[in-house]
Design a protein around this ligand. Sequence first.
Ligand code: ADP
Ligand code: MG
Length: 253
Amino acid sequence: DAKDETLLSVRSVRKEFGGLVAVDDVSFDVGRAEIVGLIGPNGAGKSTTFNLVTGVLPLSGGEIHFAGERIDRLGPEKIAERRIARTFQHVKLAPAMSVLENVAIGAHLRGSAGLVAGMLKLDRAEERDIFGEAARQIERVGLADVMHRPAGTLALGQQRLAEIARALCVDPRLLLLDEPAAGLRHMEKQALADLIRGLREEGMSVLLVEHDMDFVMRLTDHIVVLNFGARIATGAPAAIQSDPAVIEAYLGS
Ligand code: ADP
Ligand code: MG
């Protein structure tokens, strides 16, 4: 069964910022074609965990393995080349550029640096491929109508969808979504959940940070709960919902 195959393995990972332990000996796995929820109160260490997996921040301890390879010392560009893609809690689109142009950057680059120089060097055919792929992903997330508008004029929820489209352009094996449902209306959340389920159908793995518990509980195969940097629970959605330590953490926040 493909679901038994571990894709991402986070092993005793630790991150300190000065005296603050933001991620404290956290371990969890994400299997192939699995949707895993990473939840916890504000400041629990969820976004920091994303930054560790994607190589944006160096670890203070532990190891991260992806598809059998240790990746925690590769740096963000090499990690992106392994087809790990993400969205950000705080949207990072160029507001004056169109949605299409913003997403095309994702279709072009698989990392970060040198993108403007790279875009200028493209020949016509390459440019067509990139914009074609970007347009396909924009349609997929339901933003075809606003493709040519400046990204900054979109509602925040739509900007999050544009970031997902950009991440999808690299055909990720693992997609990290940081609060993708924030700012979406009910119908838009339903569409987003369907989209994420579709990605799983295709074999993609998704690690999802999200505050909307209903959304998380309906969508995920299993859940990891952080509180003050430490993993306090892990298991199936139904078990997590009734876990006393989890309830305590949320009531106390
Ligand atoms: P979450 O995403 O779960 O809300 P974060 O991972 O953003 O939490 O933050 C976890 C803790 O680490 C918080 O106390 C936050 O203030 C701190 N933190 C996050 N990033 C940094 C940073 N770059 N420098 C210092 N402290 C940070
Ligand atoms: Mg966060």
